[in-house]
Ligand binder design. Structure first.
Ligand SMILES: Cc1ncc(COP(=O)(O)O)c(C=O)c1O
Length: 422
């Protein structure tokens, strides 16, 4: 299902999921939480709850003299080199394919990177008088739509459903829209579903982008959090195709990989023409990444031990979710990310129920999705649970969720033998 939207940039709150969630639950006091201290449990936000390694604070302290300096716009040479080496190792790239002086740009995070990219890449009309088109999955991370709105684009959403493997199929978009498309996002592992795009899907999308001359923003911020084999990256496809990075931008950050969302440290890799232009946009209106933060980021990209530990923690949480929820609701353990996308029949009602009964805050799928003309969204049946706490905490929360789901949606009991893998 393909739906077209013009989003009023002065009405971003209409699709901002956390504003909508506050409106839904704000007036209702939380029910009795299962935690000993009775504190509400927040599973609505994908914010890692473990700490980054101690060397982050050490690096920042060591570079204290640099707080007086403006950050270099592209990134320090050490930081860009560390990002390049990480990509080369992680994706087995030939040396020299990614040139840090041309193909990389340090940004505070994928959020800022994507926003600045939309402002840069989305032109005034691409063809004729019509606004340029921004293609995005539905449901999606809300920043995509916000960025498109800020840039004055028409947002065309492509549903990501169980039937489509929880990823959008952009090859189905009508030619008339592809001709006006200037930017398209593919998130893999995807938020909220945790689906991973296979090499063929990435290859088809790159071919489409080159045919119709649009840019694909591959949001790979969950690349290091996975349950099976490491997710494929668009940079591997580019390498297989001979190393050409034209029409491709890939977004990474330390927020999920290193549990360092507050550090604000990431990068964009790809097409040198666009990297240079996005850099200019950042120079004009961006905050840049402070030098002490880049020093800490350099160490984090060089270290794998903490990432292996992080990944194991999330894998254990998924195992628990399968074990605890498995009989009350169909659990699909995702290939990547740390969120569970649960089909509960009516996501908004279940969200209210979990809050009223147990002080557990989750995100209704509808609030991450866009409506079609009939008022339906592909997220209506779902809730998203961010499994970001330690296993003991998660087990307490999941057991209480199971009790509530079992009372509230007794018919779902019939599904629950064993979940499959998305
Ligand atoms: C899909 C997706 N992309 C990007 C981001 C932004 O992350 P950051 O800017 O911290 O890298 C998030 C954060 O939750 C996300 O879920």
């Amino acid at each position: 299902m393909i739906t077209r939207h013009f989003v009023d940039r002065q009405k971003l709150q209409e699709f901002h999921p956390f504003t909508r969630l506050r409106d839904l639950l704000g007036a209702t006091p939380p029910g009795k939480s299962p935690l000993k201290d009775g504190a509400p449990i927040n599973l609505s936000i994908g914010e890692p709850q473990s700490q980054p390694p101690a060397f982050v604070a050490e690096e920042i302290t060591k570079a204290a003299a640099d707080w007086s300096r403006y950050p270099l716009s592209k990134g320090t040479p050490d930081y860009l080199e560390a990002c390049t080496s990480w990509m080369e190792k992680r994706y087995n790239l030939p040396k020299g394919m990614v040139d840090p002086s041309k193909h990389l740009l340090g940004v505070p995070g994928t959020r800022e990177g994507l926003f600045m990219t939309a402002l840069t890449v989305l032109p005034n009309p691409k063809q004729g008088e019509d606004a340029p088109v921004f293609l995005t999955p539905n449901p999606c991370y809300h920043v995509y739509t916000g960025a498109a709105a800020a840039a004055g684009a028409e947002v065309v959403t492509v549903n990501a459903t169980r039937e489509s493997g929880y990823l959008p199929d952009y090859t189905q978009v009508p030619e008339e829209i592809l001709q006006r498309t200037a930017l398209c996002v593919l998130c893999s592992p995807s938020n909220p579903e945790g689906a991973v795009a296979d090499p063929q899907k990435v290859r088809d999308l790159i071919a489409l982008a080159r045919k119709y001359d649009f840019v694909v923003a591959f949001d790979e911020c969950y690349a290091e959090i996975y349950t099976g084999s490491p997710p494929h990256s668009a940079i591997e496809t580019a390498s297989d195709l001979g190393g050409d990075l034209s029409n491709i931008l890939i977004f990474h950050s330390l927020s999920k990989r290193s549990s360092a969302a507050g550090l604000r440290c990431g990068f964009i890799a790809g097409d040198d023409k666009w990297i240079s232009m996005i850099n200019t946009t950042c120079q004009v209106g961006g905050a840049g990444v402070p030098i002490p933060v880049q020093n800490a980021g350099t160490r984090l990209w060089q270290d794998e031990d903490h990432v292996i530990e992080n990944r194991a923690r999330y894998q254990e949480n998924f195992r628990l979710a399968q074990e605890i929820l498995g009989n009350s609701v169909p659990v699909e353990i995702p290939a990547g990310g740390f969120c569970l996308w649960l089909d509960v029949g009516n996501g908004v009602e279940v969200t209210s129920k979990l809050w009223q009964e147990a002080g557990i805050r989750v995100m209704p799928g509808a609030y991450m999705s866009h409506m079609d003309e009939t008022g339906v969204t592909p997220g209506d049946r779902y809730i998203r649970l961010a499994l970001v706490y330690d296993a003991e905490y998660m087990a307490i929360a999941l057991k209480r969720i199971k009790e509530i789901l079992s009372q509230f949606i007794p018919t779902l009991g019939a599904h629950g033998e064993k979940g499959d893998t998305a």
